[in-house]
Design a protein around this ligand. Structure first.
Ligand code: ADP
Length: 424
């Protein structure tokens, strides 16, 4: 055989052998890859026999690595379970995120503030706690530049949720390099609402007091400067105006004091067995004698056999009078006003009904709010303070009852309140 043919033959055999080895190694690499994916140890039997001993050390090393990873994962799950059990019972909401902003832990209290947080684990926190403010705060916590606490507003389905957040970086429980962050969130929505209500109330009171005061001031100044040369009629007119506005100031202050007493820790409730038919008959007799009610028709529709119930007679009288005053103020002369009382379930329902102009549907849900008036001008002109119905609501709620109104514009209004009947 010529030497060139021998060399070619030898080369062909060497190539065939090399290809065979390559295929065997490729199969081994694939087996290793599968073992890593399944997180299972690679056994020597899973590898092609032709590999020889070279792969034994690699199999051993990857097997140990997988065992260590599994051990660490179990340890981490154990730590997290322990942490979850501890934090789960806390009333404060707790959130832990990893270095990539993914949620590692969110306790039950967090889900109560953010109902959508039930499926937040493993997700980026921004999917539930949306807003730039919290994102910035989380970044500041990670950098160690965050202040001790921050108040943050979240808007959840058109509803504002205010939380006070305290955050701190913590060592990662997975043994990784990136710091985790722990946040404690305290729901302060109620406080914020109360603060806003208080601010609004102070602004309303100031506005209500300022109007009559500036009228009084203006008229008194004019009188002081020019009463000597002023015609007697003008002087009397001025004094009557001052008197009217002083009366308005007086009713406003009386209503404010009544409200603040009703809202105080000791609202001064003096309950005793009260016969509603007798109480309502007395109120009606008193109103029939008043000149302000002379042009109205007053009627009673009270069930006569109502059992006495525990109530403060003075406060219930005030509630009924406020409703009657409104019926007189807001209905034209000749209108019919009826006071009713009837037993219903374990309650007695008192109703003051009129056939006046009624209240538009859009205003009805607000009329028990402080200073809410359907027609501002008309209420003031009639001496209204905007607090009458709010006082009724407080009195009724202090008795454990409910208050509500119905109205058909153009046909009239009915104001109802319920009082719990005496226990058998
Ligand atoms: P006010 O001092 O202005 O009467 P209230 O709190 O007693 O304040 O009542 C709130 C508003 O509800 C009133 O300003 C008036 O617009 C409306 N309202 C109350 N009672 C009646 C009624 N019987 N008929 C029509 N509107 C009424």
């Amino acid at each position: 055989m010529p030497p060139a043919t021998v060399i070619a033959l030898l080369l062909a055999v060497a190539l065939g052998w090399a290809l065979l080895r390559l295929r065997t190694h490729r199969r081994a690499v694939q087996a290793l890859q599968q073992a890593m994916i399944r997180q299972q140890r690679l056994l020597r039997d899973d590898l092609p026999a032709a590999l020889g001993g070279t792969w034994d050390a690699l199999c051993e090393a990857t097997g140990d690595l997988l065992d260590e990873t599994a051990r660490l994962r179990q340890l981490r799950a154990g730590h997290l379970a322990q942490l979850e059990a501890t934090l789960g019972s806390l009333r404060e909401a707790v959130l832990i995120i990893d270095g990539g902003n993914c949620v590692v832990l969110a306790n039950q209290a967090l889900q109560e503030i953010f109902p959508r947080a039930t499926r937040i684990l493993g997700q980026r926190f921004e999917s539930v706690l949306r807003g730039v403010a919290f994102l910035n705060y989380a970044e500041a916590v990670r950098r160690g530049t965050a202040g001790p606490q921050q108040e943050i507003e979240f808007v959840e389905a058109a509803r504002s949720v205010w939380v006070e957040v305290t955050g701190a970086p913590i060592p990662p429980l997975d043994g990784g390099k990136d710091l985790w962050s722990l946040f404690v969130l305290h729901d302060i929505t109620r406080q914020k609402k109360l603060e806003a209500m208080r601010r609004e109330f102070v602004a309303n009171v100031s506005h209500e007091l300022r109007t009559p005061l500036s009228v009084i001031k203006g008229y008194i100044e004019t009188l002081a400067d020019g009463h000597r040369e002023m015609p007697l009629d003008d002087r009397e007119k001025f004094l009557r105006t001052v008197q009217r506005h002083t009366e308005r100031l007086n009713s406003l202050i009386e209503d404010l004091l009544a409200l603040s007493r009703l809202e105080s820790a000791d609202p001064g409730l003096r309950p005793e067995p009260v016969s509603l038919p007798a109480l309502l008959a007395d109120v009606l007799a008193d109103y029939r004698a008043r000149p302000a009610a002379a042009a109205h028709q007053l009627h009673a529709a009270v069930e006569p056999n109502l059992e006495p119930l525990p109530a403060d007679p003075l406060k219930i009288t005030q509630a009924v009078e406020n409703l009657l005053d409104n019926a007189l103020k807001y209905t034209p002369p000749g209108s019919r006003i009826e006071i009713g009382a009837r037993a219903h379930d374990r309650e007695v329902v008192v109703t003051v009904r009129d056939n006046g102009p009624g209240i538009p549907e859009a205003d009805l849900p607000h009329i028990f709010e402080r200073f809410y008036r359907v027609e501002k001008g008309r209420s003031r002109e009639k001496g209204g303070t905007g607090l009458g119905l709010s006082i009724v609501k407080h009195i009724v709620q202090l008795h454990g009852g409910r208050v509500w109104a119905e109205s058909t514009p153009g046909q009239g209004s009915a104001f109802h309140f319920s009082l719990p009947a005496a226990s058998p």
